[in-house]
Structure formats: structure tokens, C-alpha cells
Design a binder for this molecule. Sequence first.
Ligand code: GLA
Ligand code: ZN
Length: 692
Amino acid sequence: MDKLNPICKQVPHILHGGDYNPDQWLHMPEILKEDVRLMKLAGINSASVAIFAWKALEPEEGIYNFEWLDHMMDQLHENGISVVLATPSGARPAWMDAKHPEVLRVSADRVRNLHGERHNHCYTSPYYRRKVREMNTLLAERYGKHPALSLWHISNEYGGECHCERCQEAFREWLHERYDSDIEKLNRAWWTSFWSHRYSTFEEIESPSPRGENSVHGLKLDWMRFVTFQTRSFLENEIAPLKAVTPDIPVVTNLMGTYPGLDPWKLAPSLDAVSWDNYPRWHSDERSTWEMAANIAFVHDLNRSLKKKPFLLMESTPSQVNWMPINKLKRPGMHILASMQAVAHGSDSVQYFQWRKGRGASEKFHGAVVDHCGHENTRVFREVAELGRMLGTLDGVVGTNVPAEAAVIYDWENEWAIRDFQGFHQHRDYENVCKEHYRALWKRGVSADVIDMEQDFSGYRLLAAPMLYMLKPGVAARLRRFVENGGDLVLTYLTGYVNETDLCWLGGFPGDGLREVCGIWNEETDALYPSDSNRVCFGENSLGMDGEYRAFEMCEIIHAEGCETLAAYGEDFYAGMPAVTMNRFGKGRCFYIAARTDGSLPDALYGRILASSPVKPALDTVLPEGVSVTRRCGGEEEYLFLMNFSEATKTVRLPDGFEAADVISGDNVSREITLPVYGVRVLRSGAVTCLA
Ligand code: GLA
Ligand code: ZN
């Protein structure tokens, strides 16, 4: 695995910084001066500037003011702080909305917004697109050669959708293209004979609405695809003028984890690197610290997988957020651990929202490095500064990648389809089920990519594809090849029901030929009331699984067609029928879990699968509960991250002969490592070899 160039060439360090809003403090120059002193104290090397600064940059239409930004760019540069410069399209000044109301978004019930808030523009509006191009051109021309400029931060957290007339027209054009201007092709794809919904012309089609069409799932899926398409087109409209002037400055936009509204796989190709905003609910009562950590690791891995290279953690809070019902502080140590976790999974940055707490409006109580007290003598500041010192030792990590032999398929279009269909059981929990499978790997120190169903599977040896309800064209065939060639594939209930426009597969589920790969036929899908449950009982089997697990919500009634039954249902009229199966197919194995269970069943299953699989963990040892290990490699370099996501001290036994240096302390390490509560160690080792 090669070492890659840093995302920002001129900053060959882990970026440490975050959202900096000098435009909120222009009337208090002493604060802006103090910021620089404090940034240096905190080991900050990067500031994301101008994210919501449109009004400060263009106070009235056509009247610009860049002086304050000139000054900030110079001041930051003189103090060794690079700038992630934002395009300000995430929020608009009032003059614009008043003079050009077409920029205001229209909701699904066809009501146009009033001025206010943010992230609410029409992404089709020709005026807004032109204004954004002009603004971005001015920024690029003015700062393109400024030595502080390291990265373009495009807009902020793109999201949502607009249903205005212009967007409707654009949607219809997109449909024309997709269906070769053949309305009957569209009618067939959407099954519109249902309820007399056949369209005669494309002009009759409108976006889904609570006041209009909501039952044609094919329409809704295509609308979601269009929303992503149009957002990407808006994004590219932002990027083009920047690339024209500053082709070498990378562009990123801050994505939102598993936010369902936009498919990041379709946005990623337009970006030079991926970045995302991470706001976990640490210390909540909803799950244990390690489960929370594994769930977040899933999203880090997803972001890394989007480009199969290091990403940036663009936002996180140093302490608490302000928008949850209950905004708990990160306990001492958690900020460093959670930040290091991002790096451990492939981030080349730790960035915050926000550098300094504002005085007013809705984010005044959102955590920040600098609190309203204004000085550095706070718990949060000290922890940030300590992290800054630690990150300063990790220059070698920049550009290294995380090798993964396993992958979990978590697919946006599949998510949309699962969310939308009516039937069986309304609680579906796709994301959580994918995370349960992922957690089984995380616990064992097995690195995984998190990919969509369009990615190449051939580089993996283990593939988890829970609830792959939708099979897009060619996916079943690629899964078949994957197994034939020796891969282990884990599927579950709700697999292979529909195609890409939500038309059910005919000929028995799982459809499109997957039935043969699984060696099963799913005849019926039972739904269980909350008070119902079934039992999944492992009998004698060649995998060595045993015990009983609880099934709830959904149980598929499947027939073994050549597979081995590992477990059978224990109750109800389908007692004795297969519940978990394994099919040897070609050189590989295909596993099928036919019912919803909790995470303990996949956990045990992956334990057995890995015991007979070539997939190796990052460290060849049994990890205590809550301890996570990841590996970053590049060129000759190899780093192991050991993290304790538990409320107890943990000891990790290192493999025989293992020798490494602790990068942060400089000490040599062998035999075992003790990790205090929320402790993290980064080891540099030469003892284990990187995967190709
Ligand atoms: C998002 C936004 C930021 C800020 C934070 C608060 O990530 O991008 O501007 O509002 O949330 O957590
Ligand atoms: Zn619109």
C-alpha cells in the first residue's frame, strides 16, 4: 500500500483546527488578535474561515468587502495557521432573498420559505448559481495565490430538497434522459398502472408530495436520485470557477455521515477529498461506550471508503453540542480518544465546530475551544491543547491508509427503498443492522470498508450485505462471482426483493439469481408483534455454531435448497424450518440470517466465519471488550492505534516478538500495553507487514 500525498500539500501535518468565524467579531478587533495567541497555544494549524460570511463579503448586491478577510488571511498565515477557505453559499443575506425570491426553497407541500435560517437555497435557481459562480470566482482570484490558502470548503453540509417549478422542470428533464424520453419505459419501471397512475407525458409528472403522489415507490426513488444529482450539479457549479483559477487547491465539502437525503457516493467523484462532520452522543444511556465507538468507526470507515484514501474530520465538538435534547459534556479523555479514533480510521485532520463560542443566536452554547470566559484556563482548552501536542507527533501518519479485507455494504438507494416500502414490519432499522454486522468485525480488530453496492467487491475476502432489499443491475451477478471466487458473503432477511425501481423480483426471493448463491428460497415473510418472539436454535453444524438467539420483528420462512441449515426456528408453525444457513458455492460460502435478531447472533457468526477465513485482524491477539485496534499503512510505515472505549483499564497482550515504538511518548513497547480509561496509544511498528 503506497503512502499518499497529504490532502493539502503545503500542510504535511494532521490538520488541527476548525470553524473560525471572525465575521462575527469584526467589531471587536482585540478578540481577533487574542484568537491567534490562543490558537498557537492550542496547537492549531488550520482555520476554516468564511463559511457563513456572504453578508460580510457582499453587504449589498454587487458591493463587495474583502478587506476583513484579507486581514484574516494575512494574520493567520503570519502565525503559521493555514486556511480552509469556504464558499459562503450555505446561507444568504436578506437582500438577496428579498430581491430574488427564486432562491428560496419550496417545500414538498409546495410552500415557499421565508428568508432566514440556512441550508435552504433552491439548487436549480439560475440566479443563485450565477451569484455563487461570481462569488467563488472573486474568492479564487483574490486568495488563489495567498500562501495561507490550503483547501476550499465548498458551502456547508449540503442537504434537503426543493420542489419549486424550476426544480420540477429539471426533474422532468432528468427523467427524460433516464428513460430515453420513453414515457412507457417510465410507466413500466414505476408500475404506474397501479391506481390508474399511468402518465401520458413527462409533463404530467411532479415530485412526491404529502398533498400529491406518495405511493409510487419508483417515483420516490427517482426523486431521491434526482435530488442528489441536482445537488451534485450545484456543487460542480461551485467547483468550476475555483478549479479554473486554482486548479491545485483541493476542494472538499463537509458531508453528514449517514444523512439519508443525499447519496455521498454520487458526490464524492466531484471532490478531491472527502470530509465529514461527526457529532456522536458519547456517554448517553442509549448504548455502551464501545458500541457507540464502533458505530462511529463505521461512519469513519464509510468516509474513507468513499475515495479509498484518507479523509478529513471537518467538524466535531470539543465538548458538547447544543442541538440534542440533552447535550452532555464529553468526559475527560473522551475528546482526545474520539479525535484519535478519526485518525485511526483514516482521517488526516481533527477539526472543530467551533473555535470560539459566539455571543448570541442559536449556537452560543455550542461547545468551542474558547468559551465565553475568553481564556485558556479551561478543562476543554487544556484537552484540546494536549491533543494538539499529540497530533504534532503524527506527521508520519499523514497519507497512510487503512487496508481492509472485509467490507460492509451500506447503500443509500437501498436505504431509501427500505424506508419507503409498505409492508411486513414498519420498523426496519437498516443502518443499525449494518452496524451490528460491522461491530462484530470491529470487536475483533478486523478493518472493514463500508461501501455501496456499486463498488468493486473483488478486492475483499469477506462481504457483509445485510438487508440488501434492492438489487441494482449486475449486483447479484457480482455477488455470485465474489462467492464463486472464494469470498465469504453474509446476507440477511429482506435480501433481493426488488430491482432498482422497486419492482419485485419474480421467480422467488432472493431474486435475480441470488437464490442459487444462497441455496435458499424465501417463501413468506412473517412480522412479529412487539410481544411476539421466536427462537433461532443452532443444531449440529459444520461451522461450530451453537446456542439459541431471540428473533423478533421479521422472520422469513425459507426453504433450504442445497444449503446447510445451521439454525432452525424454535417456535410457531415454521418451527424446524431454517433460520440461519450456509451455502458452499464455488470456492466460497454464502451465509443467510433469515430473521431479525440482536447483534449477538451476527457477532457469534462472524467469530466462526473469521476463524475459518483468511481475513486477518490488525493485531493478532484477543482484544478485551471495548478495545479497538486499527492499522494505517503506507510505504514502509505502519501505525497501530490502540484505543480503550470502556470505563475500565484494559490490558492488550501483544503477539510474541512484536516490537514497536510509542509514537507519542517515544517509549519502546513489547509484550503488553495497558490502556487507562479512554486511553489511546499510537505505535509505530516494523514487525507486521502491510497488505498490498
Ligand atoms: C453542523 C454545521 C455547523 C454547526 C454544527 C453544530 O455541523 O455544519 O455549522 O451548526 O453543525 O453542531
Ligand atoms: Zn427549486
